[in-house]
Design a protein around this ligand. Structure first.
Ligand code: ADP
Ligand code: ADP
Length: 228
């Protein structure tokens, strides 16, 4: 069954921009899906709606069966969002950043879980370091750790490698591979076909607010192969 059900979703901003038109998509538990499209395609709008940050003008989204409009709290609890921008308290310790996010969800502290998250992201040895001491890659991993702190079922990665160098891009791919092995459902946005191919089980191509197609990565890449 689908963990996220998106049905004829539309968004027109007050400015008049139609950012999404009739997007319908089921996302299955345990899969990694990449939303591939150029700047302005509507990817961030789609993620923001599912995460309850932007109100749609039409259609519905259910997360774990909970309608995001009528049952927002229950839906939000199942979701972790890794934003595009790195925003971390520079003088705060890594472990406290992660504890803080968990607290935001009203969850009691669970040190065993936080340790497991930090270990799986290779941050355990850095747990007492201030975030400003970390490399760019480590900072990105702290953002992921924060997003995983309340044990979400679905993790959103908005342009996880925007503006990063090749080495760091590879590192992020490895992190996603690790999360895949742990069974986290992941939705990521990217404008690199190569990145979608590397990380995702399925690729959804989005342009001008429309979901043009959704296919298993192998099938889509096979078709590209035939054309060239
Ligand atoms: P909403 O329909 O969500 O109320 P608005 O059109 O009122 O959206 O814009 C919300 C905010 O986003 C405003 O502060 C506006 O300045 C900003 N904004 C407007 N156009 C864009 C754009 N093209 N990209 C990003 N932000 C924008
Ligand atoms: P992507 O993430 O694929 O780059 P976005 O969802 O950010 O696409 O943007 C889709 C369209 O909606 C663009 O035309 C963008 O300028 C517009 N847009 C995004 N946010 C806002 C906003 N807050 N207010 C008005 N227009 C917006």
């Amino acid at each position: 069954t689908a963990i996220i059900q998106i049905d004829t979703l539309s968004k027109q901003y007050d400015s008049g921009t139609r950012a999404l038109s009739d997007v319908t998509l089921d996302i299955h538990e345990g899969e990694i899906i990449a939303l591939l499209g150029p700047n302005g395609a509507g990817k961030t709008t789609l993620i923001s709606i599912i995460c309850g940050l932007v109100v749609p003008t039409g259609g519905t989204v259910r997360v774990g069966g909970h309608d995001i409009r009528t049952d927002w709290r229950a839906a939000r609890r199942l979701i972790g969002l890794v934003p595009q921008e790195i925003a971390l308290e520079p003088f705060e310790k890594v472990i406290n950043c992660v504890r803080f996010t968990r607290g935001l969800y009203g969850e009691g502290q669970d040190d065993a879980h936080i340790e497991q998250v930090l270990r799986s992201l290779a941050l355990w040895d850095k747990r007492d370091a201030a975030t400003r001491e970390l490399s760019g890659g480590m900072k990105r991993r702290v953002l992921i750790a924060k997003a995983l702190a309340h044990r979400p079922k679905v993790l959103f990665l908005d342009e996880p490698t925007a503006g990063v160098d090749v080495a760091l891009r590879r590192e992020m791919w490895e992190v996603v591979g690790q999360l895949r092995r742990e069974g986290v459902t992941i939705i990521l946005t990217t404008h690199y076909l190569e990145e979608a191919e590397e990380m995702a089980d399925r690729i959804g191509v989005i342009n001008k607010g429309r979901l043009l197609l959704v296919k298993p990565t192998s099938e889509l890449m096979g078709e590209f192969g035939k054309k060239t």
